[in-house]
Ligand binder design. Structure first.
Ligand SMILES: Nc1ncnc2c1ncn2[C@@H]1O[C@H](COP(=O)(O)OP(=O)(O)OP(=O)(O)O)[C@@H](O)[C@H]1O
Ligand SMILES: [Mg+2]
Length: 892
């Protein structure tokens, strides 16, 4: 990882290049903090300048050269100076030398770290900048002394001074991928972005340290960071330099903020001298941010905190944390998270004696989906004799930290403390959850059902029933699931959490059945009650997301998916390592990208999901199935087959409710491998199974997959009373009246148009798909229209072709059976000739290039025209552009 590609900075590069080539002849200096990327930007800019047009000199000043007269420009000036010249004479001589060497070309002088130029060099640079035909470009580091002649460059308007800011999140992610030579999962990228604050140098050091310490690892080709940080000496040195020497008073300020940020200014000033706070702010170590009505103090850079905390001896750390806890307890805990902060300081300073405080704090951390912190606090609560309640909470959190075995041990250790039915019901549900989802023990359902019978209190029973209901749904025992969930809803004694969990179960089932309106209403209810269930069952959010995600995916509501992946929960889950949440949302993102034809993003995001979900079995099969779909869409059968095998290996039988997605993916894998008959057969059987299971929402999509394979007229389902069977198109028409939403009628229209051979209607359908951002389906509809138009050389053919080309232009590389329909069997030679002709080459030119006779070229072209159904060269380009993977340019 010694050298990596340059990332982002397009605007800055353009600015630099137009400064050199521009008419006003003004140069440009980038200023910025250490490591922000000034030198690299300058180097990249200079490298793109043509050396035959410009006389370019690049120099970098440094502390060593600063000590010597003309040291900064040794690379520019001849070794020997003519003797006996006055200082002014030397400068004139130097300018003349450069002009001579430039031989009439404009001069470009690029100076890295211009603040380090020695005085004569600085004066010379100023003089050069004044010359008609010269431009000075360069960099300056913020906070350094700048020689006067250099400062005069912008006060005299000879250069423009531009502040170079940190990289944004997207460019940081790009830089990470460039440094590591492979993508980084979204959560890790986000955390590294925050820690480095977009500073490339710090990012590089962080990554090197993490790789060196084994804290960055690769799963399914995606880098993931454990979140642990090994501060390598190079990194600490870097930051030490930035922090500089501190007086004891200022050090206290920075240390308290490092352990306590964000810290109210008032609170901080009770513990330290306000003058020291001021100094720390002036020196750029801390910054004040307004939050509501109060002023909060934070460190100016997140890495300062890392370094300060690590360099602080243990005893001092503990004292600081105890001080912070006392301070906050004295002024009274005001904010929602004050309790959590006090608990963490007490815990870390070894002064936590109150199990109730720790337990409250653990529940609060879990309520924010911060799994590592919640685990730590709950464990401490248990160790501080928190007893049964602490064990219950810790076990629950361990389950979501993918440590089911440990969770069971924790629960079994307190089995002797179950002294009431209330406890028994809680203990059994948590243990059931760990056993069912964490350990994939399917028999849990029966155990839970039997044990619930032993309870007499209706509230306790309802809790058990709510869990049994969702387990039964997940293993596809849907009638029983529905019955149980409904019973929980009907019982006034049910707790809010039990009731809303039951509602999620029903909402999920309704979504799979295509009853989207009812599902939406139910989810809205669950969400409205969130404040009342979150404390008791934060993980209920997962059941809600799964129900909602099922509806959004089945109804093709991509905007809805965008909205939930942008929601607060996604951020919390990502930051708190709540993997089931993050992983499921990544699957949804991949799905939306796939339907939009963004196959790169679909593949990348589904890989992300696989990596995040690698240690759990709940959604792992689904993640790999989505990856198989993405690979199939890209026309990569080997990858698709590998992903499908992984889906089968990791899929948990306890998550049988997800089978439609896996089986749909399997047919896509068959089709990608060229086995269209196998894909068709599989989809027909799947449609039958879904019909029997009553999952009409899924059935619609599966029937539609058959239409996409040009099987709209194929028979499906049982033999009817009239002795015949319905076709795919007919069944879709039936279902479109039963399944909610606007998508099913659109799919039914598509099927009918395919059967009735109506290109105009197919194009209309394509437009409707495109309006919903369902770009792949739109392209396929347009491709089918074009195919049906066949060789009719009508104006409509040209229009359809344009439409298809525009749709494919919105996609990354995609290849589906419907799109491949269009691929006429051109030979390699014919492709070659066709592409050159489409690019405007004449027949003799093509002949020359390919070592053929002009006559042969003409023959090839005639065959191409007739295969593509075009009249001549003018139409050829559009025809090639509307072929996936053959845009007439460099691909294919
Ligand atoms: N846009 C970028 N793409 C790829 N790598 C970058 C980019 N910007 C900076 N880097 C890398 O980050 C590191 C720090 O960048 P650079 O040396 O340019 O910082 P600087 O601003 O010149 O710092 P200093 O003030 O210390 O001179 C280098 O390894 C550089 O290659
Ligand atoms: Mg530099």
């Amino acid at each position: 990882m010694s050298r990596w590609d340059f990332v982002g900075r397009t605007d800055e590069l353009n600015r630099l290049l137009s400064a050199v080539g521009g008419p006003e002849g003004r140069g440009l200096l980038f200023s910025g903090s250490a490591g922000v990327g000034k030198s690299r930007l300058l180097r990249e800019g200079v490298a793109t300048l043509p050396t035959d047009r410009y006389a370019i000199w690049s120099v970098s000043a440094s502390a060593t050269t600063a000590a010597l007269p003309f040291g900064g420009l040794v690379q520019v000036l001849p070794g020997e100076q003519p003797p006996g010249l006055s200082p002014a004479g030397v400068l004139r001589w130097a300018v003349d030398v450069l002009q001579e060497e430039a031989a009439g070309r404009p001069i470009v002088l690029a100076i890295d770290d211009a603040h380090l130029l020695d005085p004569p060099s600085a004066a010379l640079v100023h003089l050069i900048a004044r010359a008609e035909n010269a431009t000075v470009i360069g960099t300056l580091r913020n906070g350094e002394q700048i020689p006067l002649p250099i400062r005069a460059l912008w006060t005299d308007d000879l250069v423009e001074l531009v502040e170079l800011g940190p990289l944004g999140p997207a460019d940081t992610t790009g830089l990470l991928a460039a440094i590591l030579d492979a993508p980084v999962d979204a959560g890790s990228a986000e955390r590294l972005f925050r820690l480095s604050a977009g500073n490339p140098l710090l990012l590089r050091e962080l990554v090197l340290a993490a790789v060196g310490g084994g804290e960055l690892t690769r799963t399914y080709g995606i880098w993931q960071w454990t979140g642990r940080l090994e501060l390598a000496p190079s990194l600490t040195d870097l930051i030490d330099v930035r922090i500089g020497q501190l007086t004891p008073g200022v050090r206290s300020v920075v240390e308290l903020v490092a352990f306590g940020e964000p810290l109210g200014l008032q609170l901080l000033e009770q513990a330290v001298d306000p003058a020291d706070v001021e100094t720390a702010e002036e020196r750029g170590l801390i910054s004040l941010v307004r939050d509501d009505r109060r002023l909060d103090v934070r460190l100016a850079h997140p890495l300062y905190g890392e370094v300060m905390r690590r360099q602080c001896p243990v005893s001092r750390t503990r004292r600081l944390q105890a001080t912070l806890a006392e301070l906050l307890e004295q002024v009274g805990k005001r904010r929602r998270d004050d309790l959590l902060r006090v608990a963490v300081w007490r815990l870390d300073s070894g002064t936590a004696q109150d199990p109730a405080l720790l337990l409250d704090a653990a529940a609060q951390a879990f309520g924010r989906y911060d799994v590592p912190l919640a685990t730590r606090l709950a464990r401490a609560a248990l160790e501080a004799d928190g007893g049964f309640d602490a064990a219950e909470l810790l076990a629950t959190i361990l389950m979501f930290g993918d440590r089911p075995d440990e969770a069971i041990r924790v629960l079994d250790a307190v089995a002797g403390e179950i002294r009431s039915d209330g406890r028994r019901s809680r203990w059994l549900t948590v243990r059931g959850m760990v056993s069912y989802w964490g350990l994939s023990h399917e028999s849990t359902v029966e155990e839970i059902a039997a044990r619930a019978e032993e309870l007499t209190d209706p509230t306790d029973r309802a809790r058990m029933r709510a869990f049994e209901a969702i387990m039964r749904l997940h293993r596809m025992d849907t009638p029983a699931a529905l019955r149980l969930a409904q019973a929980v809803l009907d019982r006034p004694a049910s707790s809010v959490a039990a009731r809303e969990l039951a509602r999620c179960t029903i909402a999920h089932l309704h979504a799979a059945q295509g009853r989207y309106r009812r599902s939406t209403t139910a989810i809205a209810r669950v969400q409205a009650e969130a404040a009342r269930w979150r404390g008791d069952m934060p993980y209920l959010q997962l059941a809600m997301e799964l129900a909602r995600g099922t509806r959004l995916t089945l109804s093709g509501d991509l905007a809805g998916i965008d909205a939930i992946v942008a929601d607060e929960f996604a951020d919390l889950a990502g930051a708190g390592d709540f993997r089931l949440g993050t992983g499921y949302l990544a699957i949804l993102r991949a799905y939306a990208a796939r339907l939009r034809g963004q196959s790169d993003e679909a593949l990348k995001t589904s890989l992300d999901a696989c990596a995040v979900l690698a240690t759990s079995r709940v959604y792992a099969g689904l993640a790999h199935a989505e990856r198989a779909q993405a690979a199939a869409l890209r026309g990569d059968p080997a990858h698709a087959a590998e992903a499908m095998a992984e889906a089968d290996r990791t899929h948990s039988p306890g998550m049988a409710v997800l089978y439609p997605w896996l089986e749909q993916a399997r047919s896509a894998v068959y089709a990608a491998g060229g086995d269209l008959a196998g894909a068709t057969k599989h989809l027909c059987a799947l449609a039958d199974r879904l019909r029997e299971d009553g999952l009409a929402g899924h059935e619609v999509l599966v029937l539609f997959d058959l239409v996409r394979l040009d099987q709209a007229a194929a028979p499906v389902g049982p033999t009817c009373t009239d002795g015949g069977r319905r076709t795919v198109a007919q069944r879709l028409a039936d279902l479109s009246e039963r399944v909610d939403g606007a998508l099913p009628p659109l799919l039914a229209r598509y099927a009918r148009a395919a059967v009735e051979d109506s290109p105009a209607e197919l194009l209309a359908v394509a437009d409707d798909f495109a309006a919903r951002d369902l770009v792949v389906f739109a392209a396929e509809a347009a491709a089918l229209a074009l195919h049906r138009l066949g060789r009719r050389r009508a104006a409509s053919t040209a229009a359809a072709r344009d439409r298809l080309a525009a749709l494919l232009g919105r996609c990354d590389q995609i290849s589906t059976p419907a799109l491949r329909l269009l691929q006429p069997a051109l030979t390699d030679r014919e492709w070659e000739v066709a592409r050159l002709a489409a690019d405007g080459a004449t027949s003799p030119a093509i002949a020359d290039r390919l070592y053929l006779s002009t006559r042969t070229v003409e023959n090839h072209l005639q065959r191409v025209y007739s295969k593509l159904g075009v009249a001549g060269r003018t139409e050829l380009r559009a025809a090639l552009r509307s072929m996936p993977g053959h845009d007439g340019g460099n691909s294919g």
